[in-house]
Write a protein that binds this ligand. Structure first.
Ligand SMILES: *[C@@H]1O[C@H](CO)[C@@H](O)[C@H](O)[C@H]1NC(C)=O
Ligand SMILES: *[C@@H]1O[C@H](CO)[C@@H](O)[C@H](O)[C@H]1NC(C)=O
Ligand SMILES: *[C@@H]1O[C@H](CO)[C@@H](O)[C@H](O)[C@H]1NC(C)=O
Ligand SMILES: *[C@@H]1O[C@H](CO)[C@@H](O)[C@H](O)[C@H]1NC(C)=O
Ligand SMILES: *[C@@H]1O[C@H](CO)[C@@H](O)[C@H](O)[C@H]1NC(C)=O
Ligand SMILES: *[C@@H]1O[C@H](CO)[C@@H](O)[C@H](O)[C@H]1NC(C)=O
Ligand SMILES: *[C@@H]1O[C@H](CO)[C@@H](O)[C@H](O)[C@H]1NC(C)=O
Ligand SMILES: *[C@@H]1O[C@H](CO)[C@@H](O)[C@H](O)[C@H]1NC(C)=O
Ligand SMILES: *[C@@H]1O[C@H](CO)[C@@H](O)[C@H](O)[C@H]1NC(C)=O
Length: 388
C-alpha cells in the first residue's frame, strides 16, 4: 500500500526536476488565462489575444520603467517584424511562447527584419550596429563595431545591461539578398544569456562587443561568413552552428592584451555541433570548406570542446585571416580543439602551426570559472541550464 505513493512521489520529483522554471508561463493557454503560471507582474504581448497588454514587443519594451527593477515579458506565438533594442540596466527576461521549452523546433515566436549594411544603411558614420535585428546594449555608441584593433574607443560611462531570452527565433532576412554584414544579434556592455534561441543571418550574424558576455544553452546560430565575431566573450553550450556558406570562418574574433593582461575574451564552444544549415542553398557545396575560424586580430582565441564536426569542416581546421595578411602569431593567436568527433575531425590534416590539439583535461582548464572569473555567474539561469 505504501509503495504506490512513494513511487508517485519519486516520479513527480523527477518530472519537476526536468521542467524548466518558466515552462508553465510559456505554455499556450485558453484565451483569458495566458498569464497563469507566470511570475507576478509579467507583461504579455500578443498579436491576436485581446487579453494581452501590447501587440508589439517594442510596445512592451517602451512601457518598462527606466530603473533597476527586473522585468519579464511573455511573447505570444507569431511572427514579429520588429527591431529590438534592449537597453535597460535592470534585468529583463523575454519568454517566447512554446509548449516545450526544451525543444527548439517547438519555438512559436519569430522576430525579424531585413536590413543589410550595404543596402539599407548608407551614411558616412554607418556601422554594423545600424542593421542589427536584436541588440542588447545600453545605446548605439556602446554597440559600435568600429575599426582599429579593438573597435570603437572605450568609454567608461555606458553602464550595463542584464538580459535573458528563452525560445525566441530571430532572423535578419537581408541575407536573402546577401547584403554584407547584417547582424541578427549584437551584445555589448551587457551580460546576456539565451536558452534554446535561434539567430540567423549570413555575414556577421552574432556580434559580442566591448564589455559584452553572452552565454548560450542549446539553440542554433546560422550564417555564412564570419558568423560569430567580436571582441567580447561568447560561451556556447550544446549549440548548433549551422553554416549557410563558407566565407571567412565560423568565428572571427579579436582578443587583447592591452586591456587586462591575460584576458579571456574569445569564443568557447562546448558540446556543440557544426552542420550544414537545412536552408543552405542547394547549389552551395560546403563539403570540407568551412573554416573553424580566422583571426580578426592576432590575439584571437577560440576553443572547440567535445564538438561534433560534420563533413563541411575544412580538414586543416582554422585558417589565416588572408594569405597576404595572416594575423597568426603562434602562442598569441590561441586556437584549440579537444574531443572533436565526426567526419569533419581530421586529426592528421589539422594545421598545428595555427592550432593546438588539447587533451580533454587541458581543455577543461578553460572552464566557465576561468573565463568569467566566477564558477556560476549570477547572470546565467542555472536552473534552466540544468533542466534543458
Ligand atoms: C542602477 O544601478 C546602478 C548600480 O547600482 C546605478 O549606478 C544606477 O544609477 C541605477 N540606475 C537607475 C536608473 O536607477
Ligand atoms: C524556430 O527555429 C527552429 C530551428 O530552426 C525551427 O525548428 C522552428 O520551427 C522555428 N520556429 C519558428 C516559429 O520559426
Ligand atoms: C528594417 O529593415 C528595413 C529594410 O527592410 C530597413 O529599411 C529598416 O530601417 C529596418 N528597421 C530598423 C528599425 O532598423
Ligand atoms: C535600435 O538601435 C539602432 C541603432 O542605434 C537604431 O538604428 C534603431 O532605430 C533602434 N531601434 C529601435 C526600435 O529602438
Ligand atoms: C568594462 O570592463 C572592464 C574590465 O572588467 C572594466 O574595468 C570597465 O569598468 C568596464 N566598463 C564598463 C562601462 O562596464
Ligand atoms: C557581468 O557580470 C559580471 C559578474 O558575473 C560582472 O562583474 C560584470 O560587471 C557584468 N558586466 C556587465 C557589463 O554588466
Ligand atoms: C599583432 O597585431 C598587432 C596589431 O593588431 C601588430 O601591431 C603586431 O605587430 C602583430 N604581431 C605579430 C607578431 O604579428
Ligand atoms: C608555443 O608553445 C609551445 C608549447 O608551450 C612551445 O613548444 C612552442 O615552442 C611555442 N611556439 C612559439 C613560436 O613560441
Ligand atoms: C598552416 O598555417 C601556416 C601559418 O598561417 C601557413 O603558413 C601554412 O601554409 C598552413 N598550412 C596549411 C597546410 O595550410
Amino acid at each position: 500500500m505504501l509503495l504506490i505513493p512513494i513511487i508517485l512521489a519519486a516520479i513527480s520529483v523527477a518530472t519537476a526536476k526536468t521542467k524548466t522554471p518558466f515552462a508553465d508561463c510559456q505554455a499556450p493557454k485558453e484565451q483569458g488565462h495566458q498569464l497563469k503560471g507566470c511570475p507576478r507582474g509579467t507583461i504579455y504581448v500578443s498579436q491576436t489575444d485581446p487579453q494581452s497588454q501590447y501587440g508589439t514587443i517594442n510596445g512592451a519594451l517602451s512601457s518598462l520603467p527606466n530603473d533597476n527593477s527586473s522585468q519579464i515579458i511573455l511573447i505570444g506565438s507569431g511572427s514579429y517584424h520588429e527591431v529590438i533594442n534592449v537597453t535597460r540596466s535592470g534585468g529583463l527576461t523575454l519568454l517566447g511562447m512554446t509548449d516545450d521549452p526544451k525543444k527548439l523546433s517547438h519555438n512559436q515566436v519569430k522576430i525579424w527584419n531585413s536590413s543589410g549594411t550595404l543596402t539599407d544603411v548608407i551614411s558616412s558614420d554607418m556601422d554594423n550596429a545600424d542593421a542589427s535585428v536584436f541588440t542588447v546594449s545600453p545605446n548605439r555608441a556602446a554597440t559600435l563595431v568600429g575599426t582599429g584593433p579593438l573597435g570603437a574607443p572605450l568609454q567608461p560611462d555606458f553602464g550595463s545591461v542584464n538580459f535573458r531570452a528563452y525560445n525566441l527565433n530571430v532572423s535578419n532576412r537581408a541575407i536573402e539578398a546577401q547584403t554584407g554584414p547584417a547582424a541578427a544579434l549584437m551584445v555589448a556592455y551587457a551580460n546576456a544569456s539565451f536558452y534554446e534561441c535561434s539567430f540567423a543571418s549570413y555575414q556577421d550574424t552574432v556580434f559580442i562587443g566591448r564589455n559584452g558576455s553572452a552565454y548560450f544553452e542549446g539553440g542554433i546560430l546560422k550564417g555564412g561568413t564570419d558568423y560569430l565575431y567580436g571582441f567580447g566573450t561568447l560561451w556556447l553550450s550544446r549549440t548548433i552552428l549551422a553554416s549557410r556558406g563558407s566565407g571567412g570562418g565560423i568565428t572571427a574574433w579579436k582578443g587583447s592584451t592591452q586591456w587586462y593582461g591575460d584576458n579571456t575574451f574569445g569564443v568557447y564552444v562546448n558540446d556543440a555541433k557544426i552542420v550544414r544549415a537545412d536552408d543552405a542553398l542547394p547549389s552551395v557545396d560546403l563539403t570540407r570548406s568551412v573554416s573553424l575560424g580566422r583571426p580578426w586580430n592576432n590575439q584571437s582565441r577560440v576553443i572547440y570542446k567535445n564538438t561534433y564536426m560534420s563533413d563541411i569542416v575544412l580538414p586543416i581546421g582554422f585558417t589565416a585571416w588572408s594569405s597576404t595578411d595572416p594575423r597568426i602569431f603562434p602562442n598569441v593567436t590561441f586556437y584549440a580543439e579537444a574531443g572533436s568527433y565526426g567526419p569533419g575531425w581530421a586529426p592528421n590534416a589539422r594545421n598545428t602551426t595555427i592550432e593546438s590539439i588539447l587533451t580533454k583535461s587541458k581543455a577543461k582548464e578553460w572552464s566557465i570559472e576561468r573565463v568569467s572569473g566566477t564558477s556560476e555567474p549570477a547572470w546565467i539561469d542555472w536552473e534552466t541550464v540544468a533542466a534543458l
